[in-house]
Design a protein around this ligand. Structure first.
Ligand code: HEC
Length: 361
């Protein structure tokens, strides 16, 4: 015991000390045995937490040992003979256990509220409205939650609002969180998609073609005209790469498929666009007749004298100069070998050569 002699309390304590112990030693009476010496009262127990947050139905059942005739006290209340304290809310409790001689032991018990979210499953549903057009920010999410009550909603996980409606949204993924009165939460992802820019779009493709001389350098041409989409368009021929020009040139005769793509990637197609062979020109046709009548007997697939087969039109075009030399000039020897054709027939060859000696002449 530390005594402060300068204080009144200290002086009083000193007199009490002398009264209790000093007087005994003076009178010679034996010092009384401390009844608690050697007595250790151990306080243990079991707890039952409140069943619902905020409800006072917790319980502490004290199990004390080390002495008998015990009484029990909770948080400085009245001592009672029962070691059971009921009707307790969550909190920290100090229990003192005392025997008849006033010897005591104590322990602390902590009662906790149950997790208010245990067993609470919050499920979100939402009605979503996609943006009205690609890139627009007029989509919305109207979220509702089930599984608890008193919900607030958040789209950023930070700011909560009582309404589950979130407006002015662009396309994207959103996580909506719903929180109940106890702070228990659930969340879910909702995706707003830009509308398909091609839905309802029909791109019409029309074409104009120029045929090609089957015996000349390929010179066919397809010119495409697209409508119905969002320009600019790009154009693809027979699965090739897309190009910005709507004209395909230098094409051999044949059938072609095209795809036209607009700015949004919407496509239109046209199939079986025919690049025709140009037909034989009148001068060529006359020469072909001359050869048919005077030459193919010796120049055909089965018997192509001098390597020449005049049943194939493009052979006539390709070897026009040799025809001229043999059948017009007779150089180095005339064709037919029996003698040059009449002048009128030879003139047909001359006219064709002078015009350019093409299939289309
Ligand atoms: C009776 C058969 C016969 C007839 C008809 C005939 N040829 Fe030939 N031709 C030949 C023979 C054989 C050769 C190969 C020998 C030669 O080059 O003289 C030949 C070779 C040629 C050659 C290839 C040689 C070269 O100079 O390049 C040409 C071109 C040719 N004839 C053009 C004609 C034409 C055009 C006609 C018709 C107006 C014709 N021939 C009619 C038999 C014929």
């Amino acid at each position: 015991m530390k005594i402060n002699f300068t204080s009144l309390a200290g002086v009083a304590a000193l007199y009490l000390f002398i009264f209790m112990f000093g007087s005994c030693s003076k009178s010679g009476t034996p010092t009384p045995v401390n009844p608690c010496s050697g007595v250790t009262i151990t306080v243990n127990g079991s707890i039952t937490n409140p069943t619902v947050p905020g409800i006072s139905d917790g319980k502490i059942t004290v199990t004390a040992s080390g002495s008998s005739s015990l009484t029990y006290n909770l948080n400085g209340g009245t001592f009672q003979t029962s070691p059971i304290f009921t009707g307790l809310a969550a909190g920290t409790y100090n229990v003192i256990v005392k025997n008849d001689n006033g010897c005591s032991g104590s322990n602390t018990f902590v009662l906790t509220d149950p997790n208010p979210c245990a067993g609470v499953i919050i499920v979100l549903n939402a009605t979503i409205v996609n943006p009205s057009s690609a890139g627009a920010s007029d989509g919305s999410i109207v979220a509702t939650a089930t599984g608890s009550t008193g919900f607030t909603f958040s789209i950023d996980g930070v700011n909560f609002q009582s309404s589950g409606t979130f407006n002015n949204l662009s396309a994207g993924n959103y996580t909506i969180t719903a929180k109940d009165v106890n702070g228990c939460s659930g969340s879910d992802n909702f995706n707003l998609a830009d509308p398909n820019p091609c839905s309802g779009v029909t791109i019409n493709v029309s074409s104009s073609v120029v045929g090609t001389d089957p015996c000349g350098t390929p010179a066919g041409k397809i010119t495409l005209n697209a409508s119905g989409g969002v320009p600019p368009y790009t154009y693809q021929l027979n699965g090739g790469s897309f190009q910005t020009s709507n004209i395909f040139s230098n094409l051999p005769n044949g059938s072609y498929n095209v795809v036209v793509k607009d700015q949004n990637g919407c496509t239109g197609t046209a199939t079986n666009i025919l690049v025709p062979e140009l037909s034989a020109g009148p001068l060529f046709s006359q020469v072909r007749n001359v050869l048919q009548n005077n030459c193919v007997s010796c120049h055909n697939p089965a018997n192509s004298n001098g390597g020449m087969n005049w049943t194939v039109d493009c052979n006539i075009v390709q070897f026009s100069n040799r025809i001229f030399e043999r059948a017009v000039n007779g150089n180095p020897s005339p064709m037919p070998p029996t003698g040059l054709l009449p002048v009128s027939e030879r003139q047909k060859i001359i006219d064709w050569i002078n015009a350019g000696a093409k299939y289309t002449d």
